[in-house]
Design a protein around this ligand. Structure first.
Ligand SMILES: Cc1cc2nc3c(=O)[nH]c(=O)nc-3n(C[C@H](O)[C@H](O)[C@H](O)COP(=O)(O)OP(=O)(O)OC[C@H]3O[C@@H](n4cnc5c(N)ncnc54)[C@H](O)[C@@H]3O)c2cc1C
Length: 302
């Protein structure tokens, strides 16, 4: 761990709050790569009010806060993390409500549940995103995208929590989304409203099933300990550049390029976060040297 946060004399700085806070929770079990040492503090609040008290206390005490969604785009350090890691997994953060041609989804809702709820309701606009792992919050922060569509395209507004625990609604015109990035990075996303188009559930189901088959064929199968390494540069794919640069067989320690889909890396059991960081850096340097293209990492390194 880096700069260590000392618990107060009475115990942890959260002891007087009516919330359950775990100390030294291993992050490996919360990330797709299965990598990550202990988070100094870890909490799954049951309500917005409970979240607000924890966030405000962290702000008062100078404890940094990280939000974890599905953990499909995070590299957590093997040495552990000196922070409060918060997972919005309680029902209060996972609701999906359809109102006419609009849908409101909690940040902790799975993206796959949001997509299927909109298709069932006969609402078009998110069906291309079927098969992307993770949550609505993680998807918004990294602007999850597939088959020419992205999550930011249909956003109406997003509710975020400020460091002092107050909430704020951000309308579309105050937000920015680009490839693998959004201006929500660094905020705590609570929920979002999307504006969609009317269509028939039958037509949307067919389209969703087609995209699902394509998405599955493009993803590694038989292992869950994988991550996407780089964003696609404009006009090409990171995968084709990695193959062209001869990086398909690269490995560092327990981390290796996933040969059938070279923009993924796969981690062996016991792989250290340093191996993953080194592999990503080696691929990046080789592509730059061989092809003169600077790849930008997709995975969030904590
Ligand atoms: C097999 C596989 C296939 C993938 N396919 C695609 C694909 O087709 N398209 C694509 O775009 N991506 C893809 N990804 C990457 C990843 O699934 C997406 O980026 C996904 O949207 C991440 O969501 P998550 O909930 O898992 O986020 P996490 O990995 O948990 O977090 C990612 C970032 O978002 C932040 N975050 C999460 N929730 C919140 C919140 N509520 N408030 C504030 N910050 C938050 C975290 O702090 C972190 O910085 C794939 C990944 C894998 C492993």
């Amino acid at each position: 761990m880096t700069a260590k946060t000392e618990p107060s004399a009475a115990g942890s700085p959260f002891d007087d709050l009516a919330v359950t806070v775990q100390v030294a929770e291993p992050l490996a079990g919360h990330t797709w790569l299965g990598i990550g040492g202990p988070a100094h503090y870890f909490c799954e609040p049951i309500s917005v009010e409970a979240l607000a008290t924890v966030v405000a206390r962290c702000h008062e005490r100078g404890i940094s806060v990280r939000i974890i969604g599905g953990g499909s785009n995070i590299l957590a350090p093997t040495e552990g993390l000196d922070a409060m890691v918060i997972r919005l997994s309680a029902p209060a953060f996972c609701g999906i409500d359809v109102e006419g041609q609009s849908v409101r989804a909690g940040a902790g809702a799975k993206l796959v549940h949001l997509v299927s709820a909109t298709v069932q309701a006969g609402l078009s606009g998110l069906e291309d995103l079927v098969g992307i792992p993770g949550t609505v919050g993680g998807g918004l922060v990294g602007n999850a995208a597939a088959h020419g569509s992205n999550l930011g395209q249909r956003i109406h507004s997003v509710t975020v929590m400020q460091p002092d625990g107050t909430t704020d609604q951000r309308p579309r015109d105050t937000l920015a989304f680009s490839s693998g990035w959004s201006s929500l990075d660094g905020s705590i996303v609570l929920n979002a409203r999307f504006d969609l188009d009317a269509d028939t559930p039958e037509r949307l189901t067919k389209r969703m099933q087609k995209q699902w088959i394509v998405e599955r064929a493009e993803q590694p199968s038989g292992t869950r300990t994988v991550a996407v390494m780089f964003k696609d540069p404009v006009g090409t794919t990171a995968e084709s550049l990695i193959v062209q640069a001869g990086c398909r067989d690269l490995c560092v320690g327990g981390a290796s390029v996933y040969k059938p889909h070279a923009n993924y890396l796969v981690a062996e059991v016991g792989c250290a976060s340093g191996d993953v960081r080194s592999l990503i850096e080696r691929v990046r340097t080789t592509v730059r040297t061989q092809l003169g293209v600077e790849l930008s990492p997709r995975i969030q390194v904590w």
